[in-house]
Design a protein around this ligand. Structure first.
Ligand code: GSH
Length: 278
């Protein structure tokens, strides 16, 4: 498992870096970004927040636009941002922005041709943390967060692997993909027509099955264009009520779906996760 460093920028006393590597779960070369806070220069190991981005994003959108590094430097927290799908020539793709490259949906595809490379679930749950913990001075304390498709990824991965994370949060997550056009298109393509298999990747379904109750924070902008048709946060609120899940969900008036929204509240999310890194 060797890593190839392709960029390195000093920021708030720490370093923002990008690496490429050959992924065994995705069967192709992948790129990820990592923020290493200043504390590692003093020989300290730091906890890690995994960030999963949304449709059309790469490892760069969050690192360039969210402005998370200043608070991560203060809190002594690394941030890891993977790409949102396998990528490259010879890898199956689709013309839509919401399926194929840039839209891996954090599932393990079972349907051809997607099942050759589209295993983002395995990548984020197993391969990436193993890689990070082998190559960087980090502890095994992990949190996970994400936006939109990445919010769906963060919630479902945390609900299915609650022992691996101390907390989870999301911005504008797709909470009920089996009941919205983005999710239905992606799951039909990646998982096939049998809707039973879709349930494994739906946060509202998983929340009602998950025994463990990981701390969960969700922020949603009230002026988000995708709110009614795609995001449906009320489905998560209902699921939380059913099982008495300690969900903290905040409707933020006036905010849209963009990184301007994320930049406005990322500090709260980092401080939320830091509370549980003990
Ligand atoms: N391109 C799509 C929207 C895609 C979109 O909003 N992507 C979000 C995640 S779901 C994003 O983070 N885009 C990249 C960015 O803002 O940097 C459209 O025009 O409808």
């Amino acid at each position: 498992m060797s890593l190839n460093n392709i960029s390195s920028n000093k920021i708030f006393g720490g370093w923002n870096k990008q690496y490429t590597h050959t992924s065994t779960s995705l069967n192709c070369e992948m790129r990820f970004a990592i923020y290493l806070p200043p504390q590692i220069a003093q020989g300290k190991k730091v906890p890690v927040l995994y960030w999963l981005s949304g449709l059309t994003c790469t490892d760069e959108n969050f690192m360039h636009k969210a402005g998370a590094q200043r608070i991560a430097a203060e809190l002594g927290m690394a941030i890891v941002a993977p790409d949102t799908s396998p990528r490259g020539e010879g890898i199956a793709d689709d013309e839509g922005y919401d399926f194929g490259q840039g839209a891996g949906f954090y599932v393990n595809a079972t349907q051809a041709p997607w099942n050759r490379h589209y295993h983002m679930y395995d990548y984020v749950v197993n391969e990436l943390p193993e890689l990070i913990e082998t190559h960087f001075p980090v502890t095994q304390q992990r949190a996970i967060s994400g936006h939109s498709m990445g919010g769906h990824g963060a919630l479902t991965i945390a609900l299915k692997n609650s022992k691996n994370f101390s907390s989870v949060s999301a911005f504008s997550p797709i909470v009920n993909p089996i009941n919205c056009p983005w999710g239905q298109k992606a799951f039909t393509g990646y998982l096939g027509k049998d809707k039973e298999t879709w349930q494994e990747y739906d946060a509202t379904v998983l929340m009602q099955k998950s025994g463990a109750k990981l701390p969960m924070l969700v922020d949603q902008g009230s002026e988000d264009n995708f709110l009614v048709e795609q995001l449906k946060p009320e489905a998560l609120v209902e699921a939380a009520k059913t099982v008495n899940y300690p969900l903290e969900i905040r409707m933020q008036p006036g905010f849209d779906h963009s990184y301007f929204f994320i930049a406005s509240f990322i500090e709260d999310h980092l401080r939320f996760h830091a509370k549980y890194f003990i």
